[in-house]
Design a binder for this molecule. Structure first.
Ligand SMILES: Nc1ncnc2c1ncn2[C@@H]1O[C@H](COP(=O)(O)OP(=O)(O)OP(=O)(O)O)[C@@H](O)[C@H]1O
Ligand SMILES: [Mg+2]
Length: 258
């Protein structure tokens, strides 16, 4: 509990700023994420959404500002660092190994570390298969055969494997940059269901999407960016897609389009 009896945020960023040469891609942004919360990060192309989350996930070093994770200030320099803390980021290219099967992907590159669910001194295939099965069940993900190579899975199933991998490795915050952009309607729905499942297990999610329908279906709160700045924040239930579109494009442009 915080000073005011409020629940502590898992993530809090203050004054986060990133410049590329003369361009300020992210300009003094403040943002908080609470346990189990799904936060939508919205803004037009180039608004600074990806740059903001890349600072949180340690890909970029902020020029100014602070990041607090579970109450502690982070000096993030690399994504590995963020991963160790439990900040998992899924980009559109999911970085799965196409010609390996599902369990092999869940364990990819982290075979030597101690996993969260169960303890496996030696990673043989049977053990990886069992562990993969457990995490998929926990997330209510159905994949016909875990022995399938990733290249034979659909976009939504791949997304599910990537999410499972993050959860298996004890994600405390999941960040998704346009997770449903390339998916069919049914698969988009499954990914959104998965986001809800995570949230019900108290794992917060930051989701970037241009698809307002998805955002309204799944997010508790919306943060809207324009030209690097946070221009608004709304409780999803207290706003409308029309208002959000107006905030994304800005009143000057909205007026010119009237
Ligand atoms: N590595 C980089 N070097 C130089 N400029 C960059 C770099 N990355 C982003 N930018 C610029 O910073 C601004 C914000 O980009 P960013 O990718 O964060 O936008 P975005 O909100 O994610 O947009 P989109 O919805 O198109 O993905 C843009 O003007 C972009 O051109
Ligand atoms: Mg982006």
């Amino acid at each position: 509990m915080g000073e005011n009896g409020n629940i502590e945020s898992i993530l809090r960023v203050t004054g986060l700023t990133k410049r590329f040469g003369g361009l300020t891609a992210v300009d003094h942004v403040d943002m908080e994420v609470y346990p189990g919360e799904v936060v939508g990060l919205l803004g037009d192309n180039g608004a600074g959404k990806s740059t903001l989350i890349k600072m949180i996930s340690g890909v970029y070093h902020p020029d100014e500002g602070q990041i607090f994770f579970e109450g502690k200030e982070l000096k993030l320099g690399s994504p590995v660092n963020a991963l160790e803390l439990g900040i998992e980021t899924l980009y559109q290219d999911l970085a799965l190994a196409e010609n390996l099967n599902v369990p092999a992907n869940i364990f990819l590159g982290r075979e030597t570390k101690k996993p969260f669910l169960g303890i496996i001194p030696v990673l043989d295939n049977d053990a990886m298969h069992e562990e993969a099965k457990k995490v998929l069940q926990r997330l209510e993900i159905e994949i016909p055969s875990l022995r399938s190579k990733i290249m034979t899975l659909s976009g939504g199933q791949r997304q599910a494997v990537a999410i499972s991998r993050s959860i298996y490795w004890n994600a405390k915050l999941l960040i998704m940059d346009e997770p449903t952009a390339a998916l069919g309607v049914a698969e988009q729905k499954k990914v959104l269901d998965l986001v809800r499942t995570l949230s019900s297990q108290n794992i917060p999610v930051i989701i970037i999407s241009h698809q307002l329908y998805d955002i309204f279906a799944v997010c508790d709160r919306l943060v809207i960016m324009r030209r690097g700045q946070k221009v608004a924040e709304r409780i999803t239930k207290q706003t409308t897609p029309d208002e959000v579109v107006g905030l994304i494009i800005g009143s000057d442009l909205a007026e010119r389009l009237e």
